[in-house]
Design a protein around this ligand. Sequence first.
Ligand code: COI
Length: 334
Amino acid sequence: MKIIAYGIRDDELPYVKDWEEKNPDVDVKVVQELLDDSTVDLAKGYDGAVVYQQKPYTASVIDKLAADGVKYMSLRNVGVDNIDIDAIKRNGITVTNVPAYSPEAIAEFTVTQLMRLLRRSRTFDRKQTEGNLTWAPDIALELNQLTVGVYATGRIGRAAIKIYQGFGAKVIAYDVYRNPELEKQGIYVDSADDLFKQSDVLSLHAPATPETDHMINKSTLNEMKDGVYILNPARGALVDTDALIHALDSGKVGGAALDTYEDEVGIFNKDWGSFDAIPDGRLKNLMERENVLVSPHIAFYTETAVKNMVVFSFDDNKSLIETGTAQNIVEFES
Ligand code: COI
């Protein structure tokens, strides 16, 4: 059995080697390049492909992959928004993802960033470097006094709720699919609008879909409390960046922690050498604000998560090749 793994980073390599040692019946080819038109033919002769990238899996790449005989594609991440679904269906390719490599990694990071915002960490860090050890006017807020609105209560949203509750915050949530345990706690509000109106902090944990595209926009921001905090560790597409910048300017939004950004592909996870060299004015506008924390999509990036992403995706790819089925098959809506 032969598996090709695209886009393998150095930090993933030890886990790939470890998996290979435990699965000597599988011939694994590791390539650093991402899966695109120029690299797809490397997959010829392989039974399955393990992949991770944020740039699109285009129809042309998927058509070529299928023409090369690869019918099983296992993502090392959770999001499937960069896949041409029509091409997947047309070619009868089965896709798996890793929905739970570590929901806690993302939840912990999200709450960490919120605490940094509430305790004005960026400001105090800067003041220290200027020799300024004063307190005022940078008085903080306490999470235990706030209402946190969690949008979407999948695994990550639920992991975040546990932490928020541990801090003593009042948590409310909205999701079209209600989790029975949370339902028992009575934390669901009836609509996204209710969530927006009642929350001091909005914690977004939804995938990118046509329904969630720019769900944070001029009109929804207007519904929110003055000084609301927006946390987006999910997908950049959820937030209309221009509307957010406007709301930060007016003070409507008190702070934001953005681990994702709508134009991040090609910008995040690259060393630009200097702040000035970053080729995105809107992003730099956000990065320059002390009440905004921009991070380059690192909420997931822990040893536990990276190991699980590798192991679960390789296990699923092998299982697909052997049996035609696997633990985490993605059911694309028709
Ligand atoms: C995902 O798993 O879809 C993520 O957003 C994390 C990714 C950057 C590896």
